[in-house]
Design a protein around this ligand. Structure first.
Ligand SMILES: Nc1ncnc2c1ncn2[C@@H]1O[C@H](COP(=O)(O)OP(=O)(O)OP(=O)(O)O)[C@@H](O)[C@H]1O
Ligand SMILES: [Mg+2]
Length: 419
């Protein structure tokens, strides 16, 4: 490991969740001190497990964006931050504003809100001439009545303008499913746990039926770099919860190049000149890629670890390096030398969780790590979002095809005990 840094203070905006932990590890690995902006509640409920990676804590009320920015800019004058990084999707705009106010590297401010609002995001892409799912309607959940959308061609996707982890996202295949889907999409009025108010608009989009991918990238001074394309698996049916990822995706070089080109254009249109990004792309009926969403934050679902396993380079390490001083002129992300994949275990029905028995070995790959994330004896429900998962298994393999085959073995050999 090479550490080139000086031990300066890096502001880490709300590192809760798996990608927050990975980001804190990167700050430490790069030799910086982490000054974490969080709330007392999140600190108590989610950050104690990573307490060793936190050097200082600042409590901020994120429910008021302007106030949060002012507090962090003031803190910046005290701590002399040398970089600002963020992992929590709903605070990417706050992080960008703080970085700009302190003269540090971060994405452009113009599209800061579009980067976390799916309605503004797809409008921005459309104006830039980039392919997106067709927007069939924007619904105000308060005045919505079923008759208004009688003429749609189904299936469609109904989703909130602002939420994450597939909350409120439904694939609807007939008109009489719309009322429930709109209700579901508008059920959350505020982000949890910071209480950031949501735009309540509900999007109705054309359903893209092709395979889904993501692109893990980092931008520096307007240059876009990527480690490659990740292939996603999601649940079938009405919900679209993510059940697994394979990196690098086992696809043709031409398709990978097209997906990467679109991610590069999509991030540029959203003003992601600097910082990490995770771009979700789906193929349409003609096999052409279209942009679903981009976040100027590390990917969730342990994708940064998959990239690290496959390439030997951590995207979040590079993010910290970029945010604190920029990347060298000749920077090139490392190529994958092998593949890595993850499968999330989701309960197929409501019940009480007992245990998961993972296979001991696989023919197509090697097991890297397994984790049971549910407590035995707790109630679980059938998975429709990313939060119903009860555990995961990470594997590595020679190439993407082998990693995907290893996940198929996991699917047939993993036993989930529910009562
Ligand atoms: N227009 C669409 N056509 C087909 N599938 C879609 C469409 N929009 C969303 N999806 C599916 O629903 C999933 C969740 O949608 P989206 O990414 O917009 O919401 P999210 O809450 O950010 O979810 P996540 O955090 O899981 O990515 C996508 O990853 C994709 O599988
Ligand atoms: Mg998404």
């Amino acid at each position: 490991m090479t550490v080139e840094s000086s031990g300066g203070n890096v502001l880490v905006v709300e590192p809760m969740g798996a990608s927050g932990e990975v980001l804190l590890q990167s700050v430490r690995r790069r030799g910086f001190r982490s000054v974490v902006a969080t709330t007392p509640e999140v600190h108590r409920d989610s950050l104690l497990a990573v307490a060793d990676l936190i050097d200082e804590t600042i409590y901020v009320d994120f429910s008021d964006g302007d106030q949060a920015v002012n507090a962090l800019v003031l803190a910046g004058r005290h701590y002399g931050f040398c970089g600002v990084v963020v992992s929590w999707e709903f605070l990417t705009d706050v992080a960008a504003r703080v970085a700009a106010a302190l003269g540090l590297r971060g994405p452009d401010l113009e599209h800061a809100h579009a980067r976390r609002n799916k309605l503004e995001m797809s409008a921005t892409w459309k104006v830039a001439g980039l392919p997106v799912p067709e927007l069939l309607a924007v619904v105000d959940p308060v005045t919505f009545h079923e008759g208004a959308l009688r003429c749609l061609t189904y299936p469609v996707v109904v989703k909130p303008a602002e939420n994450s982890a597939s909350f409120g996202v439904t694939v609807v295949d007939r008109a009489d499913g719309m009322a429930d889907a709109v209700k579901e999409a508008s059920a959350w009025t505020h982000e949890f746990p910071h209480g950031i108010p949501f735009d309540r608009s509900v999007l109705v989009q054309d359903y893209l039926l092709g395979q889904e991918f993501s692109v893990e990238g980092v931008s520096d001074g307007g240059r876009f770099f990527t480690w490659g394309v990740t292939m996603k698996n999601t649940t079938e049916g009405a919900a679209c919860a993510e059940t697994g990822h394979v990196f690098p995706a086992p696809i043709s070089p031409d398709l990978a190049a097209g997906i990467i080109e679109l991610a590069s254009e999509g991030t540029a249109a959203l003003g992601i000149t600097d910082g990490i990004s995770h771009t979700e792309i789906k193929l349409d009926a003609n096999g052409e890629p279209r942009l679903i969403e981009t976040g100027p934050r590390p990917a969730g679902d342990l994708i940064p670890q998959l990239v690290r396993l496959a390439t030997g380079e951590s995207p979040t390490d590079v993010y910290v390096r970029q945010a604190t001083g920029g990347l060298p002129a000749g920077f090139v992300p490392r190529r994958a030398r092998r593949a890595a994949a993850i499968r999330f275990i989701m309960p197929p029905r409501t019940g009480v969780f007992n245990a998961i028995t993972f296979p001991e070995r696989l023919a197509a790959g090697e097991i890297v790590e397994t984790r049971v994330t549910a407590e035995p004896g707790t109630g679980v429900v059938a998975g429709s979002t990313n939060v119903e998962r009860v555990g995961w298994i990470m594997v590595k393999a020679r190439d993407g095809e082998s990693a995907a085959a290893a996940l198929c073995e996991v699917d047939s050999e993993t036993r989930l005990s529910l009562t």
